[in-house]
Design a protein around this ligand. Sequence first.
Ligand code: ZN
Length: 500
Amino acid sequence: MKKFLFLLITICTAQSYAQDSTLIKSKVANAITELRDFVLLPNDANNADDIDTNLYWLSKKFTERGFNSSILETEGLPLFFAALPIDDNKPTILFYMHFDGQSVDISKWDQKNPYEVVLKSKEGDGWKTESFDALNDDINYEWRLFGRSTSDDKGPIIMFLNAIDILQKEQKTLPFNIKVILDSEEEKSSASLPKAVRVYRDLLKADYLIINDGPVHSSGKPTIVYGCRGITTLSITTYGPLRPQHSGHYGNYAPNPGMQLAHLLSSLKDTDGRVLVNGFYDGIELDEATMAVLKSVPDNANEINTNLAIANPEKVGSFYQESLQYPSLNIRGLGSGWIGKNARTIVPAEATAELDIRLVPESDGNRLKSLVKEHIKNLGYHVMSTVPTREERMKFDKIVTIMEGNITDAFRTDLTNPFGNALVKTMESKFGEKPVQIRIMGGTVPISPFINELKIPAFIVPMVNPDNNQHSPNENLKIGQIAYGIQLFHAILHSTAVPE
Ligand SMILES: [Zn+2]
């Protein structure tokens, strides 16, 4: 019986694959038309009117597909929410995407209007504009659509809608309820999102969260990401004479704040880049299974090093993915006196280092900041959180001001999460190879607080090409990625096994 069932499923799958390419192509064509229409609406989150027009467009498109939609007011700009009718016996997937985009500097784009999608094909190292009519005969998956938010993040919304069309045409009963939350302020750090999730907790209630934002792995292969690092910052200032002094008169006499800061900073890390602050890496353990997943990511160390033009990487981890599993301590800016043509022969009055610390779930931001402060105290510094007065400067030999920045927490879903495993299986059977599994990505997604607030397993499933010029001029989306995204949304909703 089981064998028969298996055979039946295989035949059905084979049939649906046979329909696939024509059906998918027709949906890709439709997606391109819809994306052109959607991109035409400017979506700068600094402009509330922009967001309103986009909300109206979204309401229309989701309603056409049978969704109940609502606009959720927040302390900032409104969010868009949509859901298909809920069946209480099924688990719910909540999809998160965003429809706002980075603002544009028209002068830097190779097209007149960044909101009017331009079709281009590759020509040598550059791009050649093509007529959209050329797509009527056949759709070239290598060609690209150029325009703001084609990739980040309107493209994935359109892929989602067109996958829904196919599911509705097939009249399939889905194993999941579907909810969608579309952010209008992602490019502005989604400041009102964590509070909104508390206010709309019941509406957003779900079993799993899938985020469709950002690009696939640089290899271009199907990718699933289980988390992202958090971030916090420190600003460290050391002091010399009250005002900059002549280095001839006071060199050898007035203490130099740049030197002091250099000693301080060099005590934080060894020459291989490992943090020397006590307890900084506490709690991080990478077992064999985790290491195997990290090693399975097809990063090319030579390519990375060539891109960066570096001889050797630091040695926090023994390879790129391993290095991302730890919190980092980075000097993001450094300043004292003047440099270059403006350099002056002075002993400067102060020196400042701006640090950022990327966090992982094991490393609480407040704890790491205290450890760094403790380390600096142990060097003999009088640590302050304000600028010292003349009296204080005269009282303490070594004095430092440390200002602390906000904390955005990291998030990470367990690699063994059953729904994650089911997603991996879905992707593997759809695309014929295991997806690239990224345990934690290096950068910080501003929606981490939202994810941590929902307390459900979250996965980032990116849909777009890695070289999409996200946030920059000439943002683009490879047409093949539209086909990929439509098929992947379809497969996730239709063939992912519901975990026990
Ligand atoms: Zn984005």
